[in-house]
Design a protein around this ligand. Structure first.
Ligand SMILES: [Fe+2]
Length: 201
């Protein structure tokens, strides 16, 4: 998002045709590039590690938030298969929380949560689907599956990225742990697809 903003502001500077302001934009960009080039591998790694930790805090908040949201989702579902799948995923989610604590531990840090706006929004969307549909209808179940799959896809993207980052940083054990969770999120997503195909639609 920052990159887009930077690009946009460059575009504006260029299109206003003022040579002086173009010049200053360029030179400030050059300075930026130079400083990151001279930062060296060590500094780049520590910036990447900082970003990695920050993203860990985000998914840690998200998983903990899910442990509170999933029981409500399960209760709202009509199909037994769907209810069971969500209840089972609640247990799996608790494991994901403790795996993240392990990863923080590997980094020599205490687990810390940072509010994840995306997960908050995804859960809210699921709740409003429940509110907008009638209890005991397959429409509600379809809605719950849709909302749950959006959540799974967010988690798959996050864990995929984090596992890759961990590998890049040489944190092999952390990468293994994150990949384990990634595989379980993919399984959950697959199960939801099967339930939608076989039991509900
Ligand atoms: Fe999870």
């Amino acid at each position: 998002m920052n990159t887009t903003a930077a690009k946009k502001s460059n575009g504006t500077a260029k299109s206003n045709g003022n040579a002086k302001s173009n010049g200053s934009t360029k030179s400030s960009n050059n300075t930026k590039r130079k400083s990151s080039a001279s930062a060296g591998k060590g500094e780049a790694d520590s910036m990447l590690k900082y970003f990695f930790t920050d993203e860990l805090k985000d998914i840690y908040w998200a998983e903990k938030h899910l442990t509170k949201a999933l029981p409500k989702m399960a209760k709202a579902a009509m199909s037994e298969e769907l209810r069971d799948a969500i209840t089972e995923h609640l247990e799996v989610t608790k494991t994901h929380v403790s795996r993240l604590e392990q990863v923080f531990g590997l980094l020599g840090q205490k687990a810390q949560a940072k509010k994840c706006d995306a997960m908050e929004g995804l859960v809210k969307e699921g709740e409003s689907i429940v509110e907008d549909t009638e209890a005991g209808t397959s429409t509600r179940d379809v809605g719950i599956i849709l909302a749950s799959q959006k959540i799974e896809h967010y988690e798959i993207a996050t864990y995929g990225g984090l596992a890759q980052l961990a590998a890049t940083l040489g944190l092999t054990d952390a990468a293994d742990i994150l990949n384990e969770t990634l595989a379980e999120e993919k399984e959950a997503d697959q199960l939801l697809t099967e339930i939608a195909e076989n039991d509900i639609n």
